[in-house]
Write a protein that binds this ligand. Structure first.
Ligand code: RIB
Length: 340
């Protein structure tokens, strides 16, 4: 599937969060009440919104970031990071009364993470703050949204984009149940497996691909045109009311999986905005996510197009590569192939 194009000034607009990530690396996560000895503590530019803007900009898209930071050193760090990736930060408002959002992140030896966010300035963004961005959203090809800012702002942006014919990609993270009137504005809803469980009220910890497909298809009945479930090492599964598509993961050694989902969304939006087919967009997104987990930190791990192409070339001769050679046919798997 290829989406219709329109005249645009910025291809991608992101309305979302900006956080300073305070990252502690530890061999293992502490249990409640336990103390463990960590290895490093570092500060990285992060926030799901800013990470997705950074990912798309680093691949070469023209991207505008809309959000809110404090007038502090963390805010400066985020502006510098986004600007150096090539994103337009004119829509990032500075609030003198609240600090920039912070994420406290633990990463363990397996590259897994645990995250607590303190919204700060992200939490005081209001729908009327979007007014200066209306023209940008109208003319963009893709609007990227997440759930680290007040839901009223996300919903207002989605409704505005929907009326303007701008594609809406919503990353429902951190997950919460969402109203159908918001879901009805969404072209691509992109939960990971945990978020899919929360959105659908499912209680099992790990589902087979067939079960993921069933849950995602149920979610489509609430409004989104497509659901893409990001499954880490099992790849990503696109489900719409009448079809299913699977993109395998590229098997790389993960150093830090923080923001892999953001790399996926940013790259997917870049590819859609560039007029690539959905099949190509998912392949590129899976490759960008794989590149990102090989580096530490959120925004510092977002790959350039050169790095993504290198990874695609590296896997072209392996068992994953050929599955990507003849798109879209080889990715159009029958749902009977999903059972584990
Ligand atoms: O998706 C990863 C991001 O989640 C981190 O950068 C952190 O800021 C949290 O928002």
């Amino acid at each position: 599937m290829r989406h219709r194009t329109k005249n645009h000034s910025q291809e991608i607009v992101v309305v979302g969060s900006l956080n300073a990530d305070l990252v502690v690396t530890t061999p293992r996560f502490p249990a409640p009440g336990q103390t463990v000895v960590g290895q490093h503590v570092r500060v990285f530019p992060g926030g799901k919104g800013a990470n997705q803007a950074c990912a798309a900009a680093r691949l070469g898209a023209s991207v505008s970031m809309i959000g809110r930071i404090g007038r502090d050193a963390h805010g400066q760090l985020l502006l510098r990071s986004l600007a150096s990736a090539g994103a337009n930060v004119e829509g990032v408002q500075r609030d003198p009364r609240v600090p920039t959002g912070v994420a406290s992140i633990l990463t363990n030896a397996a590259g897994e993470n645990q995250i607590i966010i303190v919204p700060g300035a992200n939490g005081v963004l209001r729908p009327h703050h979007l007014r200066p961005a209306h023209r940008l959203i109208t003319s963009a090809r893709v609007l990227l949204l997440q759930l680290e800012i007040p839901l009223a702002v996300t919903a207002a942006a989605a409704q505005f984009a929907r009326r303007a014919g701008t594609l809406v990609v919503l990353d429902p993270a951190p997950a919460r149940r969402l109203p159908d009137r918001l879901l009805a504005c969404v072209d691509y809803l992109t939960p990971n497996e945990t978020e899919l469980a929360i959105l659908t009220g499912c209680t099992s910890r790990r589902c087979s691909l067939r079960e993921v497909e069933r849950l995602a298809r149920g979610l489509c009945r609430h409004g989104p045109k497509n659901v893409i479930v990001k499954l880490g090492g099992r790849g990503a599964l696109l489900v719409s009311p009448d079809r299913t598509r699977h993109w395998p993961a590229f098997p790389v050694k993960a150093v830090d999986t923080t923001a892999a989902g953001d790399a996926f969304n940013g790259a997917f939006a870049w590819a859609l905005a560039a007029g690539q087919s959905e099949a190509e967009a998912g392949r590129l997104a899976a490759a960008a996510a794989a590149c990102s987990v090989t580096h530490a930190g959120a925004q510092p791990s977002m790959p350039s197009m050169l790095e993504v192409q290198r990874l695609l070339r590296r896997f072209a001769r392996t068992s994953v590569g050929p599955r990507y050679q003849s798109l879209p046919e080889h990715l159009q798997l029958a749902s009977s192939q999903f059972a584990r």
